[in-house]
Design a protein around this ligand. Structure first.
Ligand SMILES: [Zn+2]
Length: 255
């Protein structure tokens, strides 16, 4: 599974050099103190890290936001303690160890509003639904930690936080987009081919082919959305979940 590696040497040192200038030279210790061009630099940097995929729903977006895993509103003095002592698997020492946060975890989370380890690129709906919750980005989970089923639903690790965000990620429409990619992969369609499909009739044929492979319950859900899915905006929205093409392809090829 394609995940974020926050410990790639070049990326972290490039980010840190920029942030160190803000902290140690300009004495700007909070994300909110930075100006618009700094915010844009950070957003573009994180977007490049994630190839424009939202860290939570994995949708490809061009107009995303910078999201703070431990929210900005959390007071700085409590954040590292919070990061280590959530007690629900999120940033527990075990989590940090498993996910390669072993190297200087303090530096990765302090100051938390400017720390590379604490910032991700996310779509606006995820950013809004997450609000002040602390939600571990899906990108941070190892393949064994989180999985997606054929019907598009997410199997969260036992200790993942239960939040409004989780409900949002499990909403019927998001599950449907993921399931469509599952069946697209299994019916041997590819993103490269699908992005060329411009005729509404051909898009309809594609969905009808998937319906033959899927259970009736899912086919009924797809029928209800068919009209909007074949429109340009619906089709592009479906394509923007292309991360799941790679995910389901890898799952399919696993022994
Ligand atoms: Zn999202």
């Amino acid at each position: 599974m394609q995940t974020i590696d926050k410990h790639q040497g070049d990326r972290i040192s490039a980010f840190q050099a920029y942030i160190d200038q803000k902290i140690y030279v300009e004495h700007l210790l909070h994300y909110k103190k930075l100006n618009g061009s700094d915010h844009l630099w950070i957003k573009n940097f994180l977007r490049d890290d994630q190839q424009s995929f939202c860290a939570y729903c994995m949708r490809m977006v061009s107009d995303g936001n910078v999201d703070h895993v431990i929210p900005q509103c959390v007071k700085e003095q409590s954040t590292f303690k919070q990061a280590l002592n959530l007690g629900k698997g999120c940033y527990s020492p075990q989590f940090i160890g498993q996910h390669r946060f072993k190297v200087s975890p303090q530096r990765m989370f302090h100051p938390h509003t400017l720390a590379y380890g604490n910032m991700v690129y996310s779509c606006r709906p995820c950013n809004t639904h997450k609000d002040a919750d602390i939600v571990v980005p899906n990108f941070f989970f190892s393949p064994s930690g989180l999985s997606y089923k054929a019907d598009g639903s997410i199997v969260f690790p036992k200790d993942a936080l239960s939040t409004g965000m989780r409900t949002f990620l499990q909403s019927e429409i998001l599950c449907l987009y993921r399931a469509l990619w599952y069946y697209a992969v299994h019916c041997k369609y590819s993103y490269g081919g699908l992005r060329q499909v411009a005729k509404l009739s051909e898009r309809k044929q594609f969905f009808e082919a998937l319906q033959k492979a899927m259970p009736n319950s899912l086919s009924t859900k797809l029928n209800r959305k068919l009209g909007s899915l074949i429109s340009d905006s619906g089709w592009n929205h479906f394509l923007s979940y292309r991360w799941f093409e790679r995910y389901y392809s890898q799952m399919k090829n696993q022994p």
